[in-house]
Design a binder for this molecule. Structure first.
Ligand SMILES: Cc1cc2nc3c(=O)[nH]c(=O)nc-3n(C[C@H](O)[C@H](O)[C@H](O)COP(=O)(O)O)c2cc1C
Length: 276
């Protein structure tokens, strides 16, 4: 499928065919796409644990179930816990990874000068500050990139996904033997959609000009209507949700999956008052 069409077709899928397993090969493809995402300094912070519903204990299932995820948790045959490993930012490793970029001839023009620059100007800073840098916003950016690539690989394989909030390390760490340096970021459900591919239409977003600027804050990036028309033709911009038949589709799916009136998965964590 063309890239714009995959980007346009993607939606969060919350109902899956529970009887249809996800092929392990397809998950491997998602992970391969994930590990090819851009990442700061090539340090590769993102990690994942693939969890198969038919093999998981009730205890783990309960621990990973987010407050708002009963549809996905009840129906998806596969979950991926995406986490960040602080240790990948360790000062010496950071420097070695950067130097690796130079020796692979990916960064800098002159190898010797680039390595010299990394050693003289970056090693002192990273040696002292890697632990703070490992939890700075930029570090989590890598996980987002990785998850996005896995998402699009899944769609290309006919699978649907939905991201959900992740349990905290104290809740899930001991159950999955995660290292202490792990910071869980999000849980992803993976499966064959029980919803139509439209899933009720494209989720609406604030207008482009409201969220993106040109040159400075307050100067909207003006949308060109001709580009909008082109993107409609390419499949990126699609009919917004809800499609007229969505209500009926939701009732149909809930009935087929015997999930009518179910508000939450038994044992699901309840959201705290601050929403965390
Ligand atoms: C980090 C993250 C966490 C999310 N958490 C949840 C969640 O806990 N439950 C849920 O149903 N959807 C969750 N979503 C899905 C969003 O609600 C969804 O992406 C958004 O409404 C836009 O819709 P779309 O993905 O269909 O375009 C999450 C998405 C992201 C990126």
């Amino acid at each position: 499928m063309e890239v714009m069409q995959v980007l346009g077709n993607r939606r969060s899928i919350r109902y899956y065919l529970p009887h249809r397993p996800v092929e392990r090969e397809k998950v491997q493809k998602m992970l391969e796409a994930a590990r090819r995402a851009s990442c700061v300094g090539n340090v590769t912070v993102a990690r994942a644990i693939v969890i198969w519903k038919d093999q998981v204990s009730d205890e783990v299932m309960k621990a990973i179930t987010p407050p708002l995820g009963y549809q996905q948790m009840n129906t998806a045959p596969c979950f991926i816990l995406w986490y960040h490993d602080k240790l990948s930012y360790e000062g010496n490793k950071w420097i070695d990874d950067l130097k690796g970029l130079a020796t692979q001839r990916r960064i800098g023009e002159n190898l010797e000068q680039t390595v010299d620059l990394i050693e003289k100007s970056l090693r002192p800073a990273f040696g002292a500050a890697w632990e703070q840098m490992a939890v700075a916003p930029l570090a989590f950016m890598d996980v987002g990139q990785v998850v996005a690539q896995a998402t699009f690989a899944a769609w290309d394989e006919g699978l649907g996904t939905c991201l959900m909030s992740s349990p905290r390390i104290e809740q899930i760490g001991p159950l999955l033997n995660l290292p202490e340096t792990a910071i869980p970021v999000c849980l992803m459900s993976v499966g064959y959609p029980a919803e139509s591919w439209e899933a009720g239409g494209q989720t609406s977003r604030p207008p482009l000009e409201e969220i993106f600027c040109e040159m400075e804050y307050g100067k909207p990036f003006k949308s060109d209507p001709a580009v909008v028309e082109e993107l409609k033709r390419d499949g990126l911009i699609q009919t917004p949700a809800p499609l007229p038949w969505r209500e009926a589709e939701l009732k149909y799916i809930a009935h087929a999956l015997n999930m009518e009136f179910q508000l939450a998965m038994p044992g699901a964590a309840t959201p705290s008052e601050d929403g965390s």
